[in-house]
Design a protein around this ligand. Structure first.
Ligand code: SF4
Length: 217
């Protein structure tokens, strides 16, 4: 599926504006402990948008999504279904790292641990993701883990459930298909989950082929 270059440019400009807003955002307390905000990256013409929970330590240091160990597994899964990471758009529900570190402690003073973002943090950050989805207008949203899945399904008025029960399913809403998956971080410590993720990604590949055929037809 090809998209005119003019469309690419008209999407990239507002995406860049969001990136700038995110990088200077102070809408929630996560701004006080972040090193870098992580707006997201990838193709402005992406058919597939991948949405995780939030940046971890490595992402916070580099300002890029999914570049730590979980990111490397995500890359491996994408390669296994012949999808180029640059052809999708990767982002998170919250754009700054949620950790146990407080604002008056340096990283050296405390070994911060990642935590789930609170509902207040998710609500504060949601407009950025909503705007990214509106601009990119993906046909498939792949959600990684419980937090992202719950947010995206509820946003589309769909009933959600634990990721262990609903991973690998496809939810259709209008022209958008939602494909929940386990978060790759969970599969780092459980070999069985990695096999489950490989299977779910093969389903994603099939969904992408079907979506592309429908678009051509
Ligand atoms: S998490 Fe989102 S709302 Fe909170 S400071 Fe970062 S960009 Fe702003």
């Amino acid at each position: 599926m090809t998209t005119p270059a003019s469309t690419s440019i008209s999407r990239q400009i507002p995406l860049n504006e969001i990136n700038q807003k995110v990088q200077s955002c102070k809408e929630c307390h996560l701004s006080e402990t972040r090193t870098n905000a992580v707006p997201g990256e990838g193709s402005s013409n992406a058919t597939v948008m991948i949405v995780g929970e939030g940046p971890g330590r490595q992402e916070d240091l580099e300002g890029r999504p999914f570049v730590g160990r979980a990111g490397r597994l995500l890359d491996e899964l994408l390669v296994s279904i012949k999808i180029d990471r640059k052809s999708v758009y990767i982002t998170n529900i919250v754009k700054c790292r949620a950790s146990t570190r407080s604002s008056n402690e340096t990283a050296l003073q405390q070994q911060a641990r990642d935590r789930k973002p609170t509902s207040e943090e998710i609500t504060a950050c949601a407009p950025y993701l909503e705007e990214q989805m509106r601009i990119i207008d993906p046909q498939i949203i792949c959600t990684l883990g419980d937090t992202a899945t719950q947010f995206i399904l509820e946003k589309h008025g769909l009933k959600t459930g634990n990721i262990s029960k609903i991973h690998g399913r496809t939810y259709s809403t209008g022209r958008v298909k939602i494909a929940p998956m386990y978060h790759p971080a969970a599969a780092l410590y459980t070999a069985e989950l990695k096999d489950v993720m490989k299977k779910d990604f093969r389903r994603l590949s099939g969904l992408l082929s079907q979506t592309t055929l429908e678009s051509i037809g």
